[in-house]
Design a protein around this ligand. Sequence first.
Ligand SMILES: [Zn+2]
Length: 258
Amino acid sequence: MCDCEEIDERDEDVIVSEILRFDEFSAFYSTERKPTKTEVPIKWIIKPSCKGFAAQGIDANGTDYIELRHNPKTREDAFLVAHEITHLIRKKIDKQYLNFSKVNDAILEKYTIDDMGEFASRLGSMFDDPIIDHFLKDKYGFNPEHHYTRVVIPDSIKNLNRGDARDELHRLNQAMFYAQYALQWDAIDNVGALRKWHNFKRLYQRQRPIAKRIGEDLYSMAKETGLDTLDKQKQLFNKIADKYSLNGIKLKDILYIE
Ligand SMILES: [Zn+2]
């Protein structure tokens, strides 16, 4: 959610003004975004304190927004903007979006509703981010590996020395992050980038053996079931929710999908 004093709303034309010079973004923008502008209204916000460069969400009035740390400039920024736009198009037009409808109150004795919201959105990213990045790479020629090697891996390494989380929820979150990366890296064929990913995996194994084991399991389940349609995502959610639990309660009795 946005902190009001920081909100700096901008016009979409201003947001894309510097990144339309990249061929892949300009092709993406004219094919995917221009025709969907009325159906998928987006509020654009510049928020310098954003945790990552870009994020999307829905505000208190039900308006979809994309918040960015600054006005996008580089090729990598363009990739991240395209990624967030694709999230909203999948949600609004393709209806390919796993919706979590409610949380069982029993879990709220141990975790807050915000914890569970974050957990659900982690799960959503694990399902959607790999699909979106594959699509952007295959159809428009974006290079997600630049972002993975320059930002994702270094940022993750900084946090790794804390080891496996003791708390179950936090550990599952770590495992989902890991599974998501593994699924995202499946689309990458650049040898130099892949070497960095393999080194990262080794380091991960040393620092977080439990999250790595669960993460590999989630990854295998995702590969087996597939992620590219909402039906497969639902099947995958059901398998995960039947296998994993929190505080002794199976996930299927905690989180419900629509
Ligand atoms: Zn995403």
